[in-house]
Design a protein around this ligand. Structure first.
Ligand code: UDP
Ligand code: MG
Length: 322
């Protein structure tokens, strides 16, 4: 941590990705000011416009005109939430970077507690959802299931019920900047890097306005990215299933021979054959699909395209490229 008053760059960068959040941005700015100004340190608010089709970008520009501490990274199109966070952290100049959802489900007031923990020497301070308000039971159930599943199969502990809302020290951000994988699961990556980590609890609120930008299809893709980024277990599933089914069929052969020799009528007819063939066919297709999931991700990685394309960067004097 550097000296807060003498340094020219801000101490804290708040990074908020926004995709069609015109109704929320002024309130986000207001609440950020409220919390951060009370902390008596320098700060910047990095708004990442993830290809919004509403007036989000205009509103960001108005906020920047009002207050130079608001900086903007404007994408050329929608690249997705995780990529938007990545870009924000790339451009942020603070000694610590706080990732926060623009929709105010993550209360900016919690940043005060995070900064407190950071000053005590923690390098990652993640926010733990003690309670979630205004979410459907379906989202709560699937989220609960997902975090327990991913911890079990990846073998390292992503703290339960955390999202991307977290403070990261400059050291952590610089480490993440060197990790340019395409399918990013940021909440996992920020645990993977290690460092001293701690959590602060909060009640996750309802969206301030607008609708969720995470429909079920995006949530599923996100969950698959999380699992495939940290585990090979699904690939090994075919091997395990292969051994189990081969074992069962050896037993089946023995039973069939015994029944045939003893003159039994069992196992005649096509139904048993058909069921066995379809069952195996299904398992083979699922295994191929799993291989496909990994292969597609490998393909995306080897193309080595930039993670995002930026149209405008506003408010950063020393602009960094991707
Ligand atoms: N978001 C984004 N790009 C996207 C989808 C979402 O930048 O493609 C932003 C969105 O504006 C919000 C944050 O990511 O600030 C979280 O999205 P959302 O609130 O819709 O997700 P939920 O809280 O419902 O999981
Ligand atoms: Mg939200």
């Amino acid at each position: 941590m550097s000296d807060e008053t003498s340094s020219s760059h801000p101490v804290i960068s708040i990074v908020a990705p926004a995709y069609n959040e015109e109704a929320i941005l002024p309130e986000l700015y207001r609440r950020t000011c409220q919390t951060l100004d009370a902390l008596d340190l320098s700060w910047e608010l990095v708004l990442v416009n993830d290809g919004s089709t509403d007036r989000s970008f205009e509103i960001m520009q108005e906020l920047h005109a009002q207050d130079a501490r608001v900086c903007i990274v404007n994408f050329s199109r929608n690249f997705g939430h995780q990529i938007a966070i990545t870009a924000g952290a790339d451009y942020a100049r603070g000694d610590a970077v706080v990732i926060i959802d623009a929709d105010l489900q993550d209360p900016p007031s919690l940043i005060a507690d995070m900064v407190e923990q950071w000053r005590q020497g923690y390098e990652v301070v993640y926010a733990v959802r003690k309670q979630r308000q205004g979410e459907t039971w379906f989202k709560l159930f699937t989220a609960r299931l997902f975090y327990r599943l991913i911890n079990r199969i990846t073998g390292f502990q992503i703290p339960l019920d955390t999202g991307d809302f977290r403070l990261m020290d400059r050291k952590v951000v610089d480490t993440l900047r060197r990790m340019r994988e395409y399918h990013r699961f940021m909440r996992g990556l920020s645990v993977w890097v290690g460092f001293r980590q701690t959590g602060v609890e909060y009640v996750r609120q309802e969206r301030y306005a607008g609708e969720t930008k995470y429909p079920l299809s995006k949530m599923l893709r996100f969950a698959l990215d999380g699992i495939t980024s940290f585990s090979h277990l699904p690939l090994q599933l075919a091997t395990y299933l292969g051994f189990i089914i081969a074992g069962i069929s050896v037993l089946g052969i023995i039973v069939a021979i015994i029944l045939r020799v003893s003159g039994s009528q069992a196992f005649y007819g096509q139904a048993s054959t058909l069921v066995a063939v379809l069952f195996l066919g299904g398992i083979q297709l699922i295994s191929l699909g799993i291989i496909g999931e990994y292969l597609g991700r490998i393909y995306n990685e080897v193309k080595r395209r930039p993670l995002y394309v930026v149209r405008d960067v506003i408010g950063f004097e020393d602009e960094k490229a991707d």
